[in-house]
Design a protein around this ligand. Structure first.
Ligand code: FES
Length: 156
């Protein structure tokens, strides 16, 4: 059975006291456990299902519906490039190709050292800063290849 640290378990138990039924806490519990495990695979889905007294199928449907949940190990830094209209008009495709070459990976892949995963997303809600990318929880705007170099260098 997939391990859950005592600290995380306490956090989940506290969270569950805020809900009339455990099922309602599913999304939050998945976020908490993805932070601990890095992804939610089939074993993780079963663990969550038993924690919340629901079926693994119910957990699986939620995990596979939302793109924010990962099914396998991803990089330490998850780079998401916005490809929606404003960012696209301001060169996000060029920046995406730049990142592909620089990291030697395609969209959906992770670098061999496990450091970066490259993804594309629809509008990040920061169009005024276009072109925009998000790395983990941080937003970076008005991107250029030079700025991307600087940002990634700062993460090493
Ligand atoms: S279009 Fe890229 S952040 Fe909105």
């Amino acid at each position: 059975m997939k391990e859950i640290s005592r600290e995380t378990m306490e956090k989940i138990e506290k969270l569950l006291t805020h809900y009339p039924n455990k099922r309602s806490a599913l999304l939050e519990v998945l976020h908490i456990l993805q932070n601990e495990w890095g992804f939610i695979d089939e074993e993780g889905e079963e663990r969550v299902a038993s924690l919340l007294d629901i079926s693994p199928v119910d957990v699986h449907e939620v995990v596979t519906f939302y793109t924010m949940f990962y099914r396998s190990q991803v990089g330490k830094y998850k780079i998401k490039i916005c490809r929606n209209l404003t960012c696209s008009l301001l060169g996000s495709d060029t920046l995406l190709n730049y990142l592909r070459k620089k990291l030697k990976i395609d969209v959906g892949e992770t670098t061999l050292d496990g450091k970066f995963t490259l993804e594309t997303v629809e509008c990040l809600g920061a169009c005024e800063l276009a072109p925009v990318m998000q790395i983990n929880e941080e937003f970076y705007g008005r991107l250029t290849p030079e700025k991307i170099d600087e940002i990634l260098e700062g993460l090493k």
